[in-house]
Each structure stands twice: as structure tokens, then as C-alpha cells.
Design a protein around this ligand. Structure first.
Ligand SMILES: *Cc1c(COP(=O)(O)O)cnc(C)c1O
Length: 375
């Protein structure tokens, strides 16, 4: 796919950019450019595919690929995304290495996941190469926005939306894919402070057959009310459980959860369809195995967590995802019950975090070939 470049008439000045990059925070500032690709359905081909049993085959054509100035997207007020939440997204970072080169991490994992999410939301598939090329060309234009400070990166947000103006309920026949980017500092601030987590008893973010394993805005909308509840009670994040079975641990609103045991195991909830498959999760499981840990993907209940921390067999608990990388979990609050790991030194958590960060930032080598050069 060929992209056109639409030059920016008034990019942010180097001085202003330097000012922003000193303390970018998370998600507040955006680069000069964005990537856009548009899609139109081929309705008769879709009907044929459906008749042949492939009803999720969203036949159509991508076109008008471009790198253009970051700015408002013009949408009809009747666009599908605004009414029926037909949207999926990704999150991936670019890191500046010591020699000035810019790299990202396992971008084809994100490309494939975007397509899995898109399929669940009845959005079209996007060629994996086009996904990665959009990111690459965007970062090439926005190179000056990739910070080089400790813990800093460029957070990249690809997303796909239904744009067709139609209020009937069916998948949009016009869709667009965009990539925007935002310089980022440390997600939870500088130091690695254990966070406190609250179990959500009133709300769920997903359920069997729902969209839990798709990275879609709707899941996040559903997580906002419980997050407000946690904020109001003084907790940092919400833990979602499988309320229909045995209080098995699922994940946080935007991060997977892992447990370290005293006999060198790393346990994380297995993927059941209601949990998002994190690229960070997958990478940490591999790095842990490299370091001689035994990795277990299985159901783990709140009771097992409670007992494990009480008898010392679970020594550390942490959350992981692209935005915050790895965050130790100090306490879990479930009504009056508190599971307290805050006394831990989080030695394994810190080691895994440092291994991952060193790899991503080029400070160590890359034995699995996970880095992808952008510029
Ligand atoms: C994005 C996301 C994660 C983490 O995935 P990464 O690929 O590691 O960033 C975990 N849980 C949910 C619900 C997510 O949306």
C-alpha cells in the first residue's frame, strides 16, 4: 500500500516541542501528523461470502492511505461509531535508543490483534504490512517527538472506526483506520510504587461470549464506572473477576495480572475469551521462561491468591501492559478483605521489568528478534 504525504503547514516549533517533551505526562500532547486509511465495503462480495458461510468476511477495499496533519476527523453525526461503538484500537510504543535510532516492539503482534478485535466488532481486516507501514511512516515524519529521557517513549494509538452515516443496526460500509501518537513519560509517575487495587463486585467489564478479548472502546466505557468507584474509595485500579464461576482472577481495566511464587513460578490467568491477550503478558511469560521460571497459564481464584499471600507461597503480584509496562500490586481490597503484599521487595517484578525495558530501549540485546526499527 502506498501512502501519500500531506505536508503540515504549521508544525509545532522545535522550542515548544522541547518544552512538552520535558514532562509529557501521558496522552495529553499529540504529534504533528497522523496516518489515515479509508475502507469501503463491497456489498455484493460480502453477500456472496455470507452465503458461503463466511459472514464475518467484511469484503471491501482500503484506499486513500496518507500521512496528514494531526487534526479533527470529519464525521457525519450519524456515523456508526458514534451510536453503536463500532471501534477497535491498539497501543504500542516507540523507543529512542542511545544511538538516536527509533524502534518499536513486536508490531505484528499488535497488527494481528487489531484484526482479531476487528473481526469481533464486524470491522474489516487490515493488511498487517499496511498496519506496520502506517506506524513507520508516521514515526518517520514525527521523529522529533520521540523523547529520549529515562522511561520516556512515543505512545502510538492505532484505531479503526465505522464512519458510514446510517442509523440502521448493521456493520458500517465505510470505515477508517487512523494512527495518532503522543509522547509519554512514566505512566504512574517516576518511581515504582505498588498500587492498591479494588475488586469490582457491582460491575463486570466483560462476560462469556462478550467482547472481553477484543481491544475495543466499549470495554473501556464499561470500566469507567467501576474505576470511579475505586477512585472514590482511594484505590488506584479495579480488578475484574469471573463472577459467574469461582471468583477467578481476570485482569485490570487495561492490564493483565501475574503472580510470583516462592518456588520460582509465574502464574497468570489463562485466556478464556473474557481476558485481553496482552503483548506485554506474552513477552513477560517468555522472558520469565528464559530466566528459568516455570510459567503457568491457568485459573487462579481470589481464595488461592489470599491463601498464597497469607502462607508466603505467593511472594509478589504485579500488573502489566504497554502503557505502564509492569506495576507492582501492593494491596487488593475486596470489601473488608485485604490481601496485602506491600511488604514484598518485588525483586522478581523489578527484574522482569528491567529485562523488558532494557530490551525495548536497546540497553540489552534482543534474543527473540522482537524489536522493529522505525527510523
Ligand atoms: C491493552 C490491554 C492490555 C495490555 O495489553 P498490551 O498488549 O500488553 O498493552 C490488557 N488488558 C486490557 C483490557 C487491554 O485493553
Amino acid at each position: 500500500m502506498e501512502f501519500e504525504l500531506h505536508p503540515h503547514p504549521t508544525p509545532v516549533s522545535a522550542d515548544e516541542r522541547a518544552q512538552i517533551l520535558k514532562d509529557p505526562g501521558f496522552g495529553s500532547y499529540f504529534t504533528d501528523y497522523m496516518a489515515t486509511i479509508e475502507w469501503k465495503a463491497d456489498v455484493s462480495a460480502q453477500r456472496e461470502a455470507a452465503a458461503a458461510g463466511n459472514f464475518l468476511d467484511m469484503k471491501g477495499t482500503w484506499s486513500s492511505a496518507r500521512i496528514e496533519p494531526f487534526g479533527p476527523i470529519t464525521l457525519s453525526p450519524a456515523a456508526g461509531v458514534l451510536h453503536y461503538a463500532q471501534e477497535v484500537f491498539e497501543g504500542i510504543k516507540a523507543y529512542r535508543h542511545q544511538d538516536g535510532s527509533i524502534w518499536t516492539f513486536r508490531p505484528f503482534e499488535n497488527a494481528r490483534r487489531l484484526n482479531r478485535s476487528a473481526r469481533r466488532l464486524a470491522l474489516p481486516q487490515l493488511d498487517e504490512e499496511a498496519f506496520v507501514k502506517a506506524i513507520q511512516l508516521l514515526v518517520e515524519q514525527d521523529q522529533g517527538w520521540v523523547p529520549d529521557g529515562d522511561g520516556q517513549s512515543l505512545y502510538i494509538r492505532p484505531f479503526m472506526i465505522g464512519t458510514e452515516a446510517f442509523l440502521g443496526v448493521r456493520p458500517a460500509r465505510a470505515v477508517s483506520f487512523h494512527v495518532i501518537a503522543s509522547p509519554a513519560g512514566n505512566y504512574f509517575g517516576g518511581e515504582l510504587k505498588p498500587v492498591s487495587i479494588m475488586v469490582s463486585r457491582q460491575y463486570a467489564r466483560s462476560g462469556p461470549g462478550g467482547t472481553g478479548e477484543a481491544k475495543c472502546g466499549g470495554n473501556y466505557a464499561a470500566s469507567l464506572a467501576p474505576q470511579l468507584e475505586a477512585d472514590a474509595q482511594g484505590y488506584n485500579q479495579v480488578l475484574f473477576l469471573d463472577p459467574t464461576h469461582d471468583n477467578a482472577v481476570e485482569e485490570l481495566g487495561g492490564m493483565n495480572v501475574m503472580f510470583v511464587t516462592d518456588d520460582n513460578r509465574l502464574i497468570t490467568p489463562q485466556l478464556t475469551g473474557t481476558i485481553l491477550e496482552g503483548v506485554t503478558r506474552k513477552s513477560i511469560l517468555q522472558l520469565a521462561e528464559d530466566q528459568g521460571m516455570t510459567v503457568e497459564e491457568r485459573r487462579i481464584t481470589l481464595d488461592e491468591w489470599d491463601r498464597g499471600v497469607a502462607d508466603g507461597t505467593i511472594t509478589e503480584v504485579f500488573a502489566c501492559g504497554t502503557a505502564a509496562v509492569i506495576t507492582p500490586i501492593g494491596t487488593l481490597h475486596d470489601g473488608d478483605r485485604v490481601i496485602d503484599s506491600s511488604h514484598s521487595d518485588f525483586a522478581v517484578t523489578n527484574r522482569l521489568r528491567q529485562t523488558l525495558l532494557d530490551l525495548q530501549t536497546g540497553a540489552s540485546d534482543d534474543p527473540h528478534g522482537w524489536l522493529y526499527r522505525l527510523a
